[in-house]
Design a protein around this ligand. Sequence first.
Ligand code: MF3
Ligand code: CO
Ligand code: CO
Length: 268
Amino acid sequence: MQETRGRVTKDGIRIYEDADFAGMRAAGRVAAEILDMMCPLVVPGVSTAALDDFIREEIGRRGVVSATIGYKGYQHASCISVNHVVCHGIPGTKVLADGDILNIDVTVIVDGWFGDTSRMYVAGAAPRKAERLIEVTYESLMRGIQAVKPGNTFGDIGYAIQAYVEANRMSVVRDFCGHGLGRVFHAPPNVLHYGRPGKGAVLEEGMFFTIEPMVNLGRPETKTLSDDWTAVTRDKSLSAQFEHSIGVTATGCEIFTLSPADKFFHTA
Ligand code: MF3
Ligand code: CO
Ligand code: CO
């Protein structure tokens, strides 16, 4: 859709208006509610296709639209990335086993606004090192979010994430990044999950974007499989990701995709 409202910064980043926050809030809430609903469904023995079917049906029941079905030929209502899959895992016949960890990423369009969010889930009980990976990845996202306020830079966000992850002897994926969004799925800027303080574009009130760090237990390199979507760690180490859609406010930011039920990954 052609964007007509607001203005665009010299870095090509759209500045939205106060009233636009309500649209993002509604879209983000739907995406987060659907992720909340997945918690009891993620159990050993379920296929990733069955989880995606539920998401597709729930999107239909709510009368909203999936942003991913038909996006660049993608055919599914979610990406489901299990164990060493970094992102863009395609739901299919894979059946979850006890101890598998997975990211479910859902993007919906509500009244033209895009809500994009992902979280980690565990089928059964994960090994301690997998739990630590999930905890460090979640905390890195929240530290990135804490760096969001007018006058700070995108480099400050990336630095906050990278410094925390590397202090825990894990690695930040460089091959994928967060993105601007709003009335479009992917817009400037590229939100890098690594960086240097003070570098990059300056944050302004009214910017809408995602932060979605992917963190590996081993090395950061990825490769994309022959299906042209599935990204995996080159060294086969476990990978985790969390994603929020946020808007910059006068004093910090608003998270559009917080869990209404205050869940963040599957516990029981
Ligand atoms: N939701 C993903 C993101 O965070 C994009 C998925 S595109 C798809 O940007 F086509 F793979 F679904
Ligand atoms: Co995203
Ligand atoms: Co996403």
